[in-house]
Design a protein around this ligand. Structure first.
Ligand SMILES: O=C(O)C1=C[C@@H](OP(=O)(O)O)[C@@H](O)[C@H](O)C1
Ligand SMILES: C=C(OP(=O)(O)O)C(=O)O
Length: 407
């Protein structure tokens, strides 16, 4: 479904409740399947978390996780240790192009039985659950942190625990720390010294407790962009957030100061307020927060700010090649973008073409990152339903703050 975003002005003050973090939810759902003694609150209502939940409950021989990267990687590790069970784990056409060899090699080195059913190194996989007795493995850490989190999530259930050596430059490191923090919260201890992570086998029953998922910071990024593009004095309150987040994307609060947005933490909420001037240019390395690159690039374009974003090598293997997608769509709107395999440069400019039709490439973040542009011009967002991968009520929430959206 294509939608038209008419040129809109938003309310001076509004409040939005954002769903739970999909990253925290997908980790906790897997951990709950391994340790049923704890409960989870504020689980994400995203497609990716629903797919994760269903896959963990499924008794079927074929499990299809569509576009959900964390589900694909975390479930590969999970099913590798389900002794006596054989399953086929598959996904969307794009998932079959997203590499998984680094994780499969590491699991095989630990003793797992995993076969490729189509192309070597890519899903779908046939996984035959085993008791894994090896405990030491090294893996390349510069391609996706999800491979590392997948191994850490099952580590305490391995016969001899896990000693994982990370080789090369570690990418998306806050997501690895999130995994270790959530393990710690449920009572599984780990150590992360230099480039070696160690987790012992857990022999005891964990204490029953309830874990509350913080709301999703990547989803908050679109409201940061909206406030940055709004008049001084505009305020949006988002809940439920905390100042000491496990999510690396909470760096948004620092980054958006550049665009005149102040963040106030107050009683489980964040208040985003447009207060001061915008600085030009923006130079930023996003290796620790890859999911907010699209939001930031579009904010810069909308405000005529030039930017030099680096640390973006993982963007090429996400829902789409996000570097190519950003260049193509920003150029449709009149911007000038240069990309390499790991960076994006946007030139300063002050024209935004009207009624451009933005393609979204099955990527939720393409749709959501371009939506704030409706505060500057009229535009079309193609296949707007893609947002449900992480944020199903995105368009309703935009309407509630004043966006004019028609089909
Ligand atoms: O572990 C996670 O929950 C995630 C890790 C990141 O992936 P990479 O480590 O592949 O960059 C991020 O882009 C993704 O949206 C979620
Ligand atoms: C990259 C993303 O998700 P995943 O890798 O889990 O598909 C994302 O949500 O931006």
């Amino acid at each position: 479904m294509n939608i038209i975003l008419q040129k809109s002005t938003i309310k001076r003050k509004s409040v939005i409740q954002i769903t739970g973090s999909k990253s925290e939810s997908n980790r906790l759902l897997l951990l709950q399947a391994l340790y049923p003694e704890f409960q989870i609150e504020n689980v994400s209502n995203s497609d990716d978390s629903r797919l994760m939940m269903n896959a963990l409950k499924s008794t079927s021989e074929i499990i299809d996780i569509h576009h959900a990267g964390t589900a694909m990687r975390f479930l590969t590790a999970f099913f590798a240790i389900q002794e006596g069970r054989e399953i086929i784990l598959t996904g969307s056409d794009r998932m079959k192009e997203r590499p998984i060899k680094i994780l499969v090699d590491a699991l095989q080195a630990l003793g797992a039985h995993i076969e490729y059913l189509e192309n070597d190194g890519y899903p779908p996989l046939r996984i035959t659950g085993q008791n894994l007795t090896q405990s030491k493995v090294s893996l390349q850490a510069n391609v996706s942190s999800q491979y590392i989190s997948a191994l850490l999530l099952i580590a305490s259930k391995l016969d001899n625990g896990l000693e994982l050596t990370l080789e090369g430059d570690i990418t998306s490191i806050p997501y690895i720390k999130m995994t270790l923090s959530l393990l710690d919260e449920i009572g599984v201890k780990s150590s992360f010294i230099d480039n070696v992570i160690t987790i012992k086998k857990n022999e005891k029953k964990l204490k029953a407790k309830t874990l509350v998922v913080e709301s999703d910071w990547s989803s908050a990024s679109y409201f940061y962009s909206i406030v940055a593009l709004s008049k001084e004095g505009t305020e949006i309150t988002l809940s439920s957030y905390k100042e000491n987040s496990l999510q690396g994307d909470s760096i948004l609060a620092d980054i958006y100061v550049h665009f005149g947005v102040t963040t106030i933490f107050s009683d489980h909420s964040v208040i985003l307020k447009k207060e001061s001037h915008i600085l030009n240019p923006l130079v930023l390395n996003l290796q620790k927060a890859p999911d907010i690159a699209q939001t930031i690039a579009v904010t810069c374009f909308a405000l005529g700010v030039s930017c030099d974003l680096t640390g973006l090598h993982t963007l090429k293997i996400k829902e789409t090649d996000r570097l190519v997608a950003l260049k193509t769509e920003i150029e449709k709107l009149g911007g000038q973008v240069t990309i390499t395999n790991n960076s994006l440069q946007l030139s300063e400019g002050d024209t935004i073409k009207k009624m451009a039709s933005i393609a979204t490439y099955n990527d939720h973040r393409m749709a959501m990152a371009f939506a704030p542009l409706a505060l500057k011009t009229e535009l079309v967002i193609e296949n707007a339903e893609v947002v449900s991968k992480s944020y199903p009520s995105f368009w309703q929430d935009l309407k509630s703050i004043g966006f004019k959206i028609t089909q």
